[in-house]
Write a protein that binds this ligand. Structure first.
Ligand code: NDP
Length: 607
């Protein structure tokens, strides 16, 4: 199938829109930035963070020596386990607060949950497990099932410790091991640790005045309360909501998937929106068996690379768009235009300008689309997103906008008060009107750019000489290749820091997992007790990162606030860390060549 460019409006007044984008940003900027959110601590953690899916069963504390402790069992954790096993390392454990593998796909079981990325790219190890997704955007449980398939097929359950949170992590110089203290009283002495804690693991709540006094029911979408709503992860028939008035806070990627379900089942739904998402159509065809038959070995990696091009630097001349959806639309349209122009040589600045023009056109197309779907003019206007395409996570849906035509669904625009104004014991207040509700559902997202200590939930991470990792990175990341840092022997990171980013996040995690597994396996084979990156190697990599950095400050500053731009705070912190500026595949080459040299360059290896 040839994927054609889309029809976008030609006559777009970019300078007027730029001004409108600025106004819409300013209307939402809050001086308190990140601190507008509440942390899930103490009472809040008990109420909003417990596992509603699987009860934690009692077990005796463990005291043991281990080769590798992997902190986390989401995509980064399971890829680390898989890669270690491939590299011949067998004595390791995944340790996770959740009750199973799955990470965000364990915790997020809200109705309608689907991966809104092309599943053939997103879901790792398809060829290795012999699995092909059932459709382009698969349901959340299908992804969770792939975790279980990987864990079963490659024997990863044996070592896994679930419902366990690592609380303290200290390097013991005498033992030359990391000592892990956990919420279960374990004392684990691991030769190596892999930090695979994930970027979306800590739910956050908006700091709405009166929240604590609300006497109705409430929960966060990352802990969906099916006991209250009725239905199940695999069958979200929310039949217990038929007599309930429900408020949903947030209109991000999660809410866009939840709204059609809440709209269908509640007596009354209020959708409390501060910033609208951009929502394109979602065509979700089942997988064509004839297409599956055509797939050649390595097809998934090739498709991932095509997707990555389609969301970053644009398609090369003649390169087809295999993904053919809203993620790749700007690149597809731009490629067609460049072909028409005869692909003249141009500076990066000229390329960026052309890209920006396509961005304005696509966003205008998405805004106009709303008018064709939403009957009420005021609601349609409030749903229009005024910002550049990647300011907020783009979404797609089969029926999000149409849900607002239902008589029981009302959009409440809370932008004028920069968020929900306040809550009472029985409901919420917006623009002077109190709306009684039985339940508030928070689709309010996760801590992404807050301090690591809080996100990881690990009070102490101490390397050599008691140096705290949180202090060590207090003024920014310092790593070699994003995976290791000086002063913290035998500790490795799968993390958005100073590596590279793939548009399909798990593919990026796999790159790091592969590299880390190589280092650990080689060290164990050599009988090494410590592996530590040298100060010199770290300094050189930090210089490389800074020298190649793509400056996206202006883009981020012009965006409406969100976790993408650290809530628009003056001290910008990019949610993807400080990625290597020449891109994922150039970075992959660096890592590959490093491994091929087979000399552990930059690492001090002691036996
Ligand atoms: P987000 O952080 O994207 O959205 C949080 C929402 O809560 C925003 O709409 C935000 O508004 C709103 N909010 C926050 N504070 C207030 C307040 N005081 N008053 C009113 N509204 C408020 O979280 P999501 O859970 O939606 O998504 C998080 C990430 O999870 C996504 O970006 C994506 O990476 C991932 N995801 C992936 C999916 C997939 O298909 N692969 C599906 C769902 C999520 P505002 O924008 O104004 O801050």
């Amino acid at each position: 199938m040839i994927c054609e460019p889309t029809h976008t409006p030609d006559a777009v007044d970019i300078s007027a829109l730029r001004e409108k984008y600025r106004q819409e940003r300013d209307r939402r900027l809050r001086p308190e930035g990140q601190s507008q959110y509440l942390r899930l601590e103490d009472d809040f953690a008990d109420q909003y963070e417990v596992d509603p899916y699987l009860p934690a069963t009692p077990r005796a504390p463990i005291s043991e020596d281990l080769d590798v402790a992997i902190l986390g069992a989401g995509w980064s954790g399971i890829m680390a386990a898989y890669r270690l096993k491939q590299a011949g390392v067998t004595t390791f454990r995944n340790i996770d607060l959740a009750g199973d593998f799955g990470g965000c796909w364990y915790w997020n079981r809200f109705p309608g949950i689907q991966c809104d990325n092309d599943a053939y790219c997103y879901i790792p190890l398809l060829e290795e497990t012999g699995y092909v997704p059932t459709k382009k955007y698969v349901d959340g449980f299908e992804i969770y099932d792939q975790f279980r398939r990987i864990a079963n097929q490659f024997g990863l359950y044996e070592g896994a410790l679930f419902h366990t949170l690592v609380r303290a992590l200290r390097w013991d110089q005498e033992l030359r091991r990391w000592r892990l203290g956990t919420s279960r009283g374990d004392d684990i002495r691991a030769r190596f640790v892999v930090m695979a804690c994930g970027p979306l693991n800590k739910p956050k709540l908006p700091g709405i005045p009166g929240l604590k006094g609300f006497k109705g029911h409430s929960f966060h979408t990352a802990r969906w309360d099916y006991a209250y709503t009725g239905g199940h992860h695999r069958d979200p028939t929310l039949d217990k909501l038929a007599d309930k008035q429900v408020a949903l806070v947030g209109t991000g990627a999660t809410a866009v998937q939840v709204v059609p379900y809440l709209g269908r089942y509640t007596k009354q739904l209020y959708v409390l929106q501060r910033t609208p998402s951009s929502v394109d159509k979602r065509l979700n065809p089942p997988t064509d068996p004839a297409w599956v038959k055509t797939l050649k070995p390595n097809w998934q990696k090739e498709r991932q690379s095509n997707f990555h091009h389609g969301t970053t630097r644009g398609f090369a001349p003649g390169e087809p768009d295999l993904i053919c959806d809203f993620w790749t639309e700007i690149s597809r349209n731009l490629s067609a235009k460049l072909d028409t122009m005869g692909r003249p040589p141009m500076t990066p600045q000229q390329f960026a300008e052309l890209y920006e023009q396509e961005d304005y056109r696509v966003m205008e197309r998405l805004r106009r689309r709303i008018d064709t779907l939403v009957e009420d003019k005021e609601t349609a206007e409030a749903l229009r997103p005024y910002y550049r395409f990647m300011c907020k996570r783009p979404c797609s849906s089969e029926n999000y906008y149409e849900t607002f035509n239902r008589p029981n669904v009302k959009l409440i625009d809370v932008a004028p008060t920069r968020g929900v104004e306040r809550m009472t014991e029985t409901g919420f207040v917006a623009q002077g009107v109190e709306y009684p509700v039985d339940c508030i559902v928070f689709a309010s997202g996760f801590e992404v750019t807050s301090e690591l200590r809080h996100r990881w939930g690990i009070d102490v991470v101490e390397g050599r000489n008691g140096l705290s990792l949180y202090d060590h990175w207090g003024d920014g990341y310092k790593t070699l290749h994003g995976v290791t840092t000086h002063g913290f022997p035998n500790q490795f990171f799968i993390h958005f820091s100073q590596g590279a980013i793939h548009s399909s996040t798990p593919a990026g995690f796999d790159q790091q997992a592969h590299h880390i597994a190589y280092i650990i396996a080689k060290a164990l084979r050599r009988g090494a007790t410590t592996v530590e990156c040298s100060q010199k190697a770290q300094d050189e990599w930090v210089r490389t990162i800074r020298a190649t950095a793509v400056d996206n400050t202006q883009f981020l500053r012009e965006c409406t606030p969100s976790y993408y731009n650290n809530e628009g705070e003056q001290k910008l912190r990019y949610f993807l860390g400080e990625p290597y500026g020449k891109g994922f595949y150039a970075f992959d080459k660096i890592l590959r060549q490093w491994r091929e040299r087979d000399d552990m360059e930059g690492l001090d290896v002691q036996t």
